[in-house]
Design a protein around this ligand. Structure first.
Ligand code: NAD
Ligand code: WQD
Length: 345
């Protein structure tokens, strides 16, 4: 199949590109590189031995997108392009609505124009808001607690409206839990600019000696060790879920939401301990007050993905940490030779 990946040079899109290419699909990466690097293309080639097409452009350039869909005879779109930093979205809501919501409208116009009707959307478990029960299934009430989450919710609703308007559309919103880790080669992974907001890349940089210590945001939650619990999912499992969803969509017109998670929650301290095992170094951390907006625990009921897609996550927390560490070592800033100071305590 010819598949166009908006945001395909980013963290998740690049891993999905690898799995799609290896499954024999033709891949067109469409990305403005606002949060990724051109070098990702060569790395995808190195892993797969195949060369995807790359178009450097914005999804809001509807004409360019329409031309790309036509020129490459695209049959399905996977839509990863978007801004994703929760804190930044509070400071810059207009940028988030313009990029995420307006960008998606532009994509849908281009798809309508060219008759491309199959869409896999990067949804997020953030649309469940504060969990009312756990594990979170797809029937859990939806809400959003920040502008980023609201863009994800608006897009889901927009996509549902679209499928009602025309039964030819095939749309699946994959609600990711906490994607972490990297391809086993260590060639592609998550490489945020500046100081990471998310736990795993922060830990990796502490282990590498690039950051001094991890701040653990609160140890007084009602969880087994008091620190926040999340459903971390290996990015390669997530990528395989996309390929399963693409095949499934061929038989399923309409609109669907499906969780992609493991169903297993791990705490911040579980993650620290497992990363220490993976990297063989101490990992200094300090308990600090809770981060505003964080919930105690969040994990998926992944049953629907298994029933519908025949997919489930297979890789464990150690593989997630080991692959993130390998990627860190390949892309680090040269500080990797030095040992970490401090102790795991
Ligand atoms: P990422 O920032 O690594 O990748 C997004 C890519 O989209 C980047 O390469 C960026 O350059 C590109 N992009 C952004 N705006 C664009 C635009 N207007 N036109 C063209 N390209 C544009 O992020 P990611 O972690 O790979 O996330 C991919 C998607 O998954 C996002 O929609 C995100 O909201 C969603 N998601 C991510 C997570 C997570 O924790 N990483 C969790 C849930 C959902
Ligand atoms: C995980 C745990 C923190 C950093 C975010 C978005 C969500 C989704 C995924 C896109 C929490 C703790 C973290 C640190 C810490 N993205 N932590 N010290 O908050 O679950 O989800 O990314 O859709 O929308 O909100 O992920 O990795 O930031 O935090 O103690 O330096 O680690 O408190 O318990 P989160 P995270």
């Amino acid at each position: 199949m010819n598949v166009l990946l908006t945001g395909g040079m980013g963290y998740i899109g690049s891993h999905v590109a690898v799995v799609l290419l290896q499954a024999g699909h033709r891949v067109i990466l469409y990305d403005n590189l606002c949060n990724s690097e051109a070098s990702v293309l060569a790395r995808i080639e190195q892993i797969t031995g195949k060369t995807p097409t790359f178009i450097q452009a914005d999804i809001r350039a509807t004409k360019t997108l329409t031309d790309a869909l036509k020129q490459h005879a695209v049959e399905a779109v996977m839509h990863f392009a978007g801004l994703k930093a929760v804190g930044e979205s509070v400071e810059k809501p207009i940028e988030y609505y313009a990029n995420n919501v307006e960008g998606t409208v532009s994509l849908l116009e281009a798809m309508r124009e060219t008759g491309v009707r199959s869409l896999v959307f990067s949804g997020s478990a953030t649309v469940y808001g504060e969990p009312q029960y756990l594990p979170l299934d797809e029937a859990h009430p939806l809400s959003a607690t920040n502008p980023y989450g609201r863009t994800k919710l608006h897009i889901e609703e927009m996509l549902r409206d679209l499928s009602v308007s025309n039964p030819l559309w095939r749309i699946v919103c994959l609600r990711y839990f906490n994607p972490v880790g990297a391809h086993e080669s260590g060639l592609i992974g998550e490489n945020p600019v500046g100081i990471p907001n998310n736990l795993m890349p922060y830990i990796a940089r502490v282990a590498a000696g690039e950051l001094k210590e991890l701040s653990v945001f609160g140890n007084d939650y009602p969880t087994p060790d008091g620190t926040g619990v999340r459903d971390y999912i290996h990015v390669m499992d997530l990528a395989e879920g996309h390929v399963a969803a693409l095949a499934w969509l061929a038989e399923h017109p309409g609109w669907y939401a499906i969780n992609l998670g493991t169903g297993q929650g791990y705490s911040v301290l579980d993650m620290v301990a497992t990363f220490v095992r993976a990297c063989g170094r101490d990992l200094p951390y300090r308990i600090v007050p809770r981060r505003a907006g964080d919930v105690a625990a969040c994990y998926a009921d992944p049953g629907k993905a298994l029933r519908e897609l025949g997919w489930r996550a297979r890789r464990d927390l150690l593989e997630m940490c080991a692959s993130a560490w390998k990627f860190q070592n390949r892309t680090g800033t040269g500080l990797l030779g030095s040992d970490c100071e401090g102790r795991l305590s």
